[in-house]
Design a binder for this molecule. Structure first.
Ligand SMILES: NC(=O)c1ccc[n+]([C@@H]2O[C@H](COP(=O)([O-])OP(=O)(O)OC[C@H]3O[C@@H](n4cnc5c(N)ncnc54)[C@H](O)[C@@H]3O)[C@@H](O)[C@H]2O)c1
Length: 287
């Protein structure tokens, strides 16, 4: 099947209401929540699931109706309509080119991978050549839709202040080099201030939202990020501010951490589920 015919059949499947198969990479906090939600989505009949931990994937298969563990996605790519990456930047680097080369759409949660300019331009070019789409959900932050629209005209600044409790920070070479141990922090402390590109490089698991707003707005160099560690907070808070010809934006999102992974906000998983519903459905509010 050539790419054009594959795309036609993809949309015919959706429009005619045929059941579609998707593949989820990762059975952690986000992947598990997605797999459970897809179980209740009538438009999707199979969720192939892969993870480098076979044990985790087979356990999830046993607890769900539509999940089928697969050790390798290559054999099933021709029948898959959407790949959902919810694993890691390494996984995004491996699965995005593989999926796009097959002309299949991919939804990426490990958005930080796009701070690598070469990866970004290769992936965007490949998607265009293969008529496949790259979907980047708003994830753990509100206001991405407005920022994306506002950035069509001139912007003066985009800043993000992210405040998290010490438990949200994993091992970090950057913090080690600065002699900062989040677990020892007793008062609200700014632990990073710089460009989104630097933020994503130094905090790859914590600051995917910095990558998302950079892609939606004015890019990785001009978007400025502050990361604050505060032992008094229980939520992962993102304050997105923007100024430009459109006016001003000031959005605060206070996220409840996922019970499975305190580094991840529950809203991130809900955002992926909402995106899958939009992709598989006929109505798209907030596009
Ligand atoms: N876009 C956002 O707003 C947002 C928000 C939170 C998290 N994230 C990102 O989403 C991803 C998933 O988050 P999570 O909380 O579910 O993580 P998690 O650590 O709970 O689970 C990740 C799972 O993926 C598997 N995995 C990792 N690399 C893999 C690979 N190369 N091949 C196969 N399996 C692999 C792991 O074994 C694990 O089961 C992370 O990269 C995280 O940084 C994005």
């Amino acid at each position: 099947m050539n790419d054009f015919v594959a795309r036609q059949s993809f949309y015919t499947d959706y429009v005619c209401g045929s059941l579609v198969k998707i593949c989820v990479i990762g059975c952690g906090a986000i992947g598990t929540t997605i797999a459970r939600a897809v179980d209740e989505m009538p438009d999707i009949d199979t969720t192939y699931l892969t993870d480098r931990s076979q044990e985790c994937a087979t356990r999830l298969q046993e607890r769900t109706k539509k999940v089928k563990y697969i050790p390798d996605i290559v054999p099933v790519l021709p029948e898959i309509r959407l790949v959902v990456e919810a694993a890691s930047q390494d996984a995004a680097r491996y699965y995005a080119p593989l999926t796009l080369s097959a002309g299949v759409d991919i939804l990426l949660m490990s958005v930080g991978v796009f701070q690598d300019e070469e990866f970004q331009s290769d992936a965007f070019r490949l998607a265009k050549r293969k008529s496949a789409k790259i979907f980047i959900p708003s994830g753990a932050i509100g206001g991405v839709d407005a920022l994306s629209a506002a950035s069509l005209d001139s912007m003066d600044e985009v800043t993000l202040t992210t405040t998290k409790p010490p438990s949200a920070f994993g091992p970090s070479a950057y913090l080690e080099a600065k002699g900062i141990v989040p677990a020892d922090i007793r008062v609200r402390t700014e632990i990073f201030h710089g460009s989104a590109r630097e933020a994503v490089k130094h905090f790859p698991q914590n600051i995917n939202v910095a990558a998302t707003i950079s892609l939606a707005g004015i890019g990785f160099e001009k978007t400025m990020i502050r990361i604050v560690c505060d032992p008094q907070v229980k939520t992962n808070e993102h304050n997105l501010k923007a100024k430009g010809k459109f006016g001003e934006l000031d959005v605060v999102t206070r996220n409840v951490p996922s019970p499975r992974n305190p580094k991840t906000s529950y809203l991130a998983a809900l955002s992926a589920i909402s995106a899958i519903k939009k992709i598989a459905g006929q109505t798209w509010v907030g596009i």
